[in-house]
Design a protein around this ligand. Structure first.
Ligand code: FAD
Length: 390
């Protein structure tokens, strides 16, 4: 019997971990490289994650089920279903529920670190090698025997040779850059004029109520040019995100002005977050930028390397589909693997099979900012939507 083919995967984020599980389930010998330390060895407060929670949709759940039915069940046991949006008006006195569908359709809030941890735990159970603090710095033999050069915590360069390699190292992918040096891969990167800042709504002090607003909705404070959203966490708290043009946040010069801005625009949210906590958030919470990345093709010409997840298609977060789409990349790729004798052919066929859907979802993600920040308050638009449903 011949030895299994070896695959190196760069980036142990959500998408890289799922891809590693999927390849391991098909009998490949998988090694995963991650620049950051093992989260099991890092304090929860220092994990530097992009968002505390995120929305997992049917798209993502379908991919999880494809890879591992039990894992999907475990995820579903830990989600908070959101059956619609809850729109908060500017007086802070009125909330309006807008259901996503007539048949109980929902998206689901889940803790990002919990999801990453269960994927990593599963990898450990299946004896997939995970090298933390191994940052990819160079790749050679990109379309023959991909050779990954990583720098470890001691600053030493290590070399690993594989039959195939997969890049899932996020929007600023080094893997993608290394591929681009050896092939004609188109690439665009575009920042949108928006920043985001995460805020925290604590659990309700009354343990009976636990949540201070309804946990089964995605809460939106739509104010056209800017907006606030909030998703529930299992402990009764909410992770809230404030989106605005950079010029707006930069025009607010002090924490006191920030509180006054909230009092005028999000009075009920100010009550939920608390004045002191909001002041501290203004002083110390990071402000993130948002960008779209697109690349094509995703694979090298002979099908030895490929990029998936944000490395291939980073999108703005307004549609809540970035990770879900990355998970779908894994499912689509694996279904191609199922129908082919070799990985190369599957990698080659993946790019044309996937492009139209990825282009479409990136456009929808951008368009959904207007849906969330404006259209949800437009009575004519809502009346038309109701007609569309019936
Ligand atoms: P990443 O999560 O970026 O993981 C990449 C990994 O690669 C990281 O662990 C990184 O340390 C590692 N790495 C980077 N460079 C190297 C290197 N040189 N060598 C080795 N390792 C390296 N998506 C949803 O589906 N639903 C949501 O509700 C949602 N909400 C979001 C909210 C916000 C505010 C933002 C910013 C994004 C949101 N997203 C959401 C998008 C989602 O976060 C991303 O699409 C998803 O994290 C992409 O996963 P990934 O594994 O491809 O990349």
């Amino acid at each position: 019997m011949s030895a299994p083919e070896a695959i190196g995967i760069v980036g142990a984020g959500l998408v890289g971990c799922l891809a590693a599980l999927a390849f391991a389930a098909k009998g490949y010998e998988v090694t995963l490289f991650e620049a950051r330390p093992d989260p099991a060895t890092v304090d929860a407060g220092q994990r530097n994650l992009r968002s505390i929670n995120l929305a997992v949709s049917n798209r993502g759940l379908r991919a999880l089920k494809y890879v591992d039915e039990d894992l999907a069940t475990l995820v579903l046991e830990h989600v908070i279903p959101m059956k619609g949006r809850m729109i908060h008006d500017i007086t802070g006195l009125k909330q309006e529920s807008q259901l996503y569908g007539l048949n109980g359709e929902c998206i689901n809030s889940i803790d990002r670190s919990f999801l990453n941890d269960i994927l990593l735990d599963e990898l450990k159970k299946r004896n997939v090698k995970v090298h933390f603090q191994h940052k990819l710095v160079r790749m050679t033999n990109v379309d023959a025997k991909p050779t990954l050069e990583t720098i470890n915590a001691a600053g030493e360069i290590e070399k690993y040779v594989f039959d195939y390699a997969v890049g899932s190292d996020g929007a600023h992918s080094q893997f993608r850059y290394q591929m681009q040096k050896h092939m004609r891969m188109n690439f665009t990167q575009e920042y949108i004029d928006m920043q985001y800042m995460e805020l925290y709504i604590p659990p309700d002090p009354n343990p009976q109520t636990k949540f201070s607003i309804d946990p089964n909705h995605l809460h939106i404070w739509p104010r056209h040019d800017f907006m606030l959203i909030a998703l529930a966490n299992g402990d009764g708290s909410f992770t809230s995100t404030f989106f605005s043009p950079w010029s707006l946040i930069e025009s607010i010069k002090s924490s006191k002005e920030f509180v006054e801005f909230f009092r005028r625009n999000f009075p009920d949210a100010l009550g939920l977050i608390g004045e002191q906590a909001l002041k501290e958030a203004y002083e110390s919470n990071p402000r993130g930028s948002l960008m779209q990345v697109s690349a094509y093709p995703y694979n090298s010409p002979k099908g030895k390397t490929i990029i998936i997840g944000d490395a291939a298609h980073s999108m703005v977060p307004f549609y809540g589909q970035g990770m879900n789409c990355g998970f779908e990349d894994v499912r689509v790729l694996m279904e191609l693997v199922d129908t082919h004798k070799g990985l190369s052919q599957a990698f080659i066929e993946y790019s044309p099979a996937r492009k139209a859907d990825l282009d479409a979802i990136c456009k929808l993600a951008l368009a959904n900012y207007h849906e969330m920040s404006s259209n949800v308050t437009n009575v004519w638009y809502l009346a038309k939507k109701k007609l569309d449903y019936t």
